[in-house]
Write a protein that binds this ligand. Sequence first.
Ligand code: CMP
Length: 140
Amino acid sequence: MAANRTFSIIKPDATRRNLTGAVTKMLEDAGLRVVASKRIQMTRKQAEGFYAVHKERPFFDDLVAFMISGPVVVQVLEGEDAVKRNRDIMGATNPENAAEGTIRKAHAESIEANSVHGSDSDENAATEIAFFFKPEEIVG
Ligand code: CMP
């Protein structure tokens, strides 16, 4: 499959513990290339917009509060089969179910403070990338 792109967030639990480099190294070692990256403090409006698909879920308010509790690093990752490759190296959403060798197994604290987000489809990757990056900010 041709190289394509996905969207990643290094979440506040990871930036708080100074794990930006450690997480990024795992992404790079998995064959993904960081083609855009910025450290930001998400606003409530951004977090609510980004996670709008979950707004009816019982965990929505806590999720938004967590995502604005500290800085995050938003990234565009490029590589062969990027969406699946990233989801494989992230591991299961709940770290209790994450496989050995994955980012969430190594670093996540809980299902909420689970260190990373990754797009779940090519379509959502395009939407999520456009939510945070202008085309000219992505340099492959
Ligand atoms: P993420 O991939 O960023 O997408 C939605 C997030 O909601 C998910 O990762 C989890 O961190 C968070 N979350 C919190 N509680 C739950 C839950 N019970 N089920 C699924 N996701 C949850």
